[in-house]
Design a protein around this ligand. Structure first.
Ligand SMILES: *Cc1c(COP(=O)(O)O)cnc(C)c1O
Length: 361
């Protein structure tokens, strides 16, 4: 059995070159006679891996020195709660811009720790676009503004960074980090679960402006406090060493690909091809999202007759196209086309879609 084209939303495809290297190094990493998973995180070898991974990520994203980079656990979901614990004090409020499933979750998980103000939402439009900026009710006294630049399930993406004044902007970049260059200095905090565009699940990359580490937040165990993790180089306790290692290999792979500007062009070409295929199908396939807010990473689409869904899934899998079933919240299909999914995969999918439409009229 060989590798198929994988459109999984997450855990998602990893670059083949990264997997091959991990396979080569699995039993004997750097000539030390053990795998990277079997070594102390405090040993010289692993410490140097950890530092290199951080340095490579800083280079890729041009992260300014006044930001700390943390390699944490708990998934993005744990940080939905941990962010308000760290950034908001007793009685504070925070603004949430909600443009899909994950923003909604982030707001509800924050509610025990901060007064959540839904400052903007496209829920009434079934998350098929972004709420117009004029409709946002931002509070200049808010502890922070939270948003989800790319909504993985609804396939809705911001194509610029919202202006929120002096209030720190917090972004859940789980499904779009490293897909294009970004200006990190516009953010107070960026976080991302690794399993879409970075590495395996179980690792969270968090980038935080250092002055925000000084916020008192609320009483909590040290393990929840970002300042403690920063002071201990993300080794307050045993980190996810395997995830950190694979993330490091992915960062090196991204540098070899030409960095994030090159990835942006590739991702644009992939998304354009897929949306062109959908829009050019005379309504056989449909994407529900307003064109200006369409995601470059997650492309949901429906067939003109949902009775064909089961055939589409069966035949696509037989054609070597994996994991196209859409999320139940949206229905139909979804193709996730993260960094590690090559243009050839999208070409194969577009070809199959044309073919399927012809055969099933
Ligand atoms: C996948 C995803 C999450 C959830 O991540 P977990 O690691 O399962 O907690 C949160 N936000 C976004 C945008 C995602 O794509």
């Amino acid at each position: 059995m060989s590798r198929l084209w994988n459109f999984s939303a997450g855990p998602a495809a990893l670059p083949q070159a990264v997997l091959e290297r991990a396979q080569r190094e699995l039993l004997d990493w750097q000539g030390c006679g053990a795998s990277v998973m079997e070594l102390s995180h405090r040993g010289k070898l692993f410490m140097s891996l950890a530092q290199q991974a951080e340095a490579d990520l800083r280079e890729l994203l041009a992260i300014p020195d006044d930001y700390a980079v943390l390699f944490l656990q708990g998934g993005a979901t744990q940080h939905f709660a941990q962010i308000p614990m760290n950034l908001a004090g007793e009685g504070d409020s925070a603004d949430y811009i909600v443009t899909g499933h994950w923003g909604e979750k982030a707001a509800s998980e924050a509610a025990p720790y901060v007064q959540v103000n839904i400052a903007g939402s496209s829920k009434a439009q079934h998350y098929r676009g972004l709420p117009p900026r004029e409709s946002w009710q931002l509070d200049p006294r808010a502890a922070y503004v939270h948003y989800t630049p790319n909504e993985t399930i609804h396939g809705v993406e911001f194509h610029d960074i919202p202006q929120v004044g002096e209030v720190p902007l917090v972004a859940d970049m789980s499904s779009d980090i490293l897909s294009a260059p970004i200006d990190v200095s516009r953010f107070g905090l960026i976080y991302a679960g690794a399993q879409k565009n970075i590495g395996p699940s179980g690792l969270v990359v968090l980038i935080i402006r250092r002055d925000l580490l000084q916020r008192a937040g609320r009483p909590m165990a040290r393990i929840f406090r970002y300042a403690e993790h920063a002071a201990n180089d993300s080794m307050l306790n045993t980190p996810n060493t395997w995830g950190w290692y694979l993330a490091g290999l992915t960062f090196q792979w991204l540098k070899e690909q030409g960095g994030l500007a090159a990835m942006r062009e590739r991702n644009r070409a992939k998304a354009e091809l897929l949306y062109r295929t959908i829009d050019g199908s005379d309504g056989y396939y449909r994407n529900p999202v307003e064109p200006a807010a369409r995601s470059r990473m997650n492309v949901p689409f429906t067939l003109h007759d949902s009775a064909l869904d089961a055939d589409f899934l069966k035949e696509s899998e037989a054609a070597g196209l994996l994991a196209l079933k859409g999320h139940k919240a949206v229905g139909g299909m979804r193709a996730s086309i993260y960094n590690a999914v090559p243009l050839e995969a999208v070409q194969a999918l577009a070809g199959f879609m044309g073919d399927f439409a012809k055969r099933h009229g």
